[in-house]
Design a protein around this ligand. Structure first.
Ligand SMILES: N[C@@H](CCC(=O)N[C@@H](CS)C(=O)NCC(=O)O)C(=O)O
Length: 214
């Protein structure tokens, strides 16, 4: 397999970068990592060296570049079809794709008011009615997936899939802002936090030097 390079942003803050990074690590896919500190004077120029969108993550594979976290995961699913990227059942797979897309394009209130910050502990901060509505929707997704499709494992569809990778930054937000959860959701959070690759990401985030004040 030729070399893969994943360009990501600061691990403490870059929720979009976490998604492809964690699934590649979880599936044991070898890649070189280039990490660009976000919101610094050189950030935009550095990202533009790799990504036409001016955003991370971006995957470089041979002479190809793939940008956008969801496009990267779907591309990798084609390159490494032996891994379990999606549920095998086509109806479950359609639901997995629907919730990943919902995460990818929605939950603006949660994103804006509770940005990912792996290092911080900010209990209760950012919680508005609109944020609580986003949280309630995420909890109902997790409950439905765990109860209907997750019986053969600890993840949303049993085994780890792209859908889990897409909700992992939310797990980090729920921990940072100490969001109150039901048992099913709390167990799911605990499962994600117990992943060795998740601990690897958090440990790296904690030793990063860059700070985004806001
Ligand atoms: N929809 C994109 C969003 C990517 C995105 O917004 N990335 C942020 C970092 S998490 C970024 O690169 N921002 C540019 C900057 O901070 O200069 C994806 O899924 O990859």
């Amino acid at each position: 397999m030729s070399e893969l390079i994943l360009v990501i942003g600061s691990k403490n803050y870059s929720s979009w970068s976490l998604r492809p990074w964690i699934i590649m690590k979880q599936f044991g896919i070898q890649f070189q990592e280039i990490c660009i500190p976000l919101k610094q004077s050189e950030t935009t120029n550095q990202i533009l060296q790799y990504s036409p969108s001016g955003k991370v993550p971006v995957l470089i594979h041979n002479s190809h570049i793939v940008w956008d976290s969801l496009a990267i995961c779907e591309y990798l699913a084609e390159v490494f079809p032996e891994q379990h990227w999606h549920p095998k059942n086509n109806v479950h797979r359609a639901i997995a794709r629907s919730i990943s897309a919902e995460m990818h394009s929605g939950f603006q209130n949660l994103r804006q008011n509770m940005p990912m910050n792996c290092r911080a502990k900010l209990p209760g901060q950012g919680l508005t009615l609109a944020v609580q509505k986003d949280i309630d929707r995420i909890i109902s997704i997790w409950q439905e997936c765990r109860q209907k499709f997750g019986i053969n494992g600890e993840f949303l569809f049993g085994k780890f899939t792209i859908a889990d990778a897409f909700f992992i930054p939310v797990v980090m937000r729920f921990v940072t802002y100490n969001v109150q959860l039901d048992n099913v959701s709390q167990n799911y959070v605990n499962t994600i936090l117990s992943l060795q690759v998740m601990q690897e990401w958090i440990a790296a985030a904690k030793v990063e030097a860059d700070i985004i004040p806001q």
